[in-house]
Write a protein that binds this ligand. Structure first.
Ligand code: PGA
Length: 263
């Protein structure tokens, strides 16, 4: 972590939790982390919650008086019109969202999100003032074959043009090795740092030194209360994207405290 960048903990709820669960979650969070609610200045790290699309409005209402940010797990590749089932970036922004997760490996693998669709989603997000969190990361075979770095750089290169535009705002990249997602097998902090340094270096060389310095780099993959501080203490890692462990508000509070403790 670097004191010039605002650290971020992002909760990716994926396709989990129902209306009542979300009400209870927010109540527990309010009791556990009162500093995120109320008039005082927003505490660090920033907290972002990305619920399923259909609950963005509910979450916004429940957290209206808080410093908690909200984000979407998806935006359409299309601006608007006859696209049954799609939700546009304008709609997501209209619900008060600040961020959108794009290029998550589950979408790449299960829902045919290829580089072209990912680019279009990034462009849509930027046009509607949403900050994209671009997810990159290699599979186990690539890691074992020793080419994880090249693989991630190629993923970044495929998005170079939209990333250039994003860098004018703020670039957020989540390094999520696929083999670490939801497996309980988190990447070694030193390996995650090495990849974060590589990503920052890539941004510096291909976009600009200022963008490299300012980019917010998250690690994701089996982050939990017991291991989060290992990542936060790395110089190029500015936060985490958390799936499973973010579903429990007490674990989320423990992770926020752990990060605040090393700031
Ligand atoms: P996990 O998921 O924390 O459950 O491994 C992370 C993610 O997919 O963003």
């Amino acid at each position: 972590m670097n004191s010039k960048r605002r650290p971020l903990l992002a909760a990716n709820w994926k396709q989990n939790l129902l209306w009542q669960d979300i009400e209870e979650y927010c109540e527990t969070l309010r009791a556990e982390m009162p500093e995120y609610f109320g008039e005082d200045e927003a505490p660090l790290p920033d907290l972002l919650i990305c619920p399923p699309l259909c609950y963005l409005g509910l979450l916004g209402a429940l957290l209206e008086d808080s410093h908690v940010l909200s984000g979407s797990q998806l935006v359409s590749t299309e601006d608007g019109g006859a696209f049954t089932g799609e939700v546009s970036a304008a709609m997501v922004a209209d619900l008060g969202c600040d961020y959108v997760i794009i290029g998550h490996s589950e979408r790449r693998q299960l829902f045919s999100d290829n580089e072209e669709r990912i680019s279009r989603r990034i462009q849509q997000a930027l046009e509607h003032d949403l900050l994209p969190i671009l997810c990159v990361g290699e599979d186990l075979e690539t890691r074992r074959g020793g080419s994880a770095g090249e693989y991630v750089q190629a993923q970044l290169a495929a998005q170079l043009e939209p990333l250039r535009t994003a860098a004018q705002q703020e670039l957020v990249i989540a390094y999520e090795p696929i083999w670490a997602i939801g497996t309980g097998e988190n990447a070694a902090a030193a390996d995650a740092q090495q990849m974060a340094a590589l990503i920052r270096g890539w941004i510096t060389s291909n976009i600009s030194a200022a963008a490299g310095e300012a980019a917010l780099l998250l690690y994701g993959g089996s982050v939990k209360p017991g291991n989060i501080s290992e990542y936060f203490t790395q110089p190029d890692i500015d936060g985490a994207l958390i799936g499973g462990a973010s579903l429990n508000p007490r674990d989320m509070a423990a992770m926020l405290r752990s990060c605040a403790g090393v700031l």
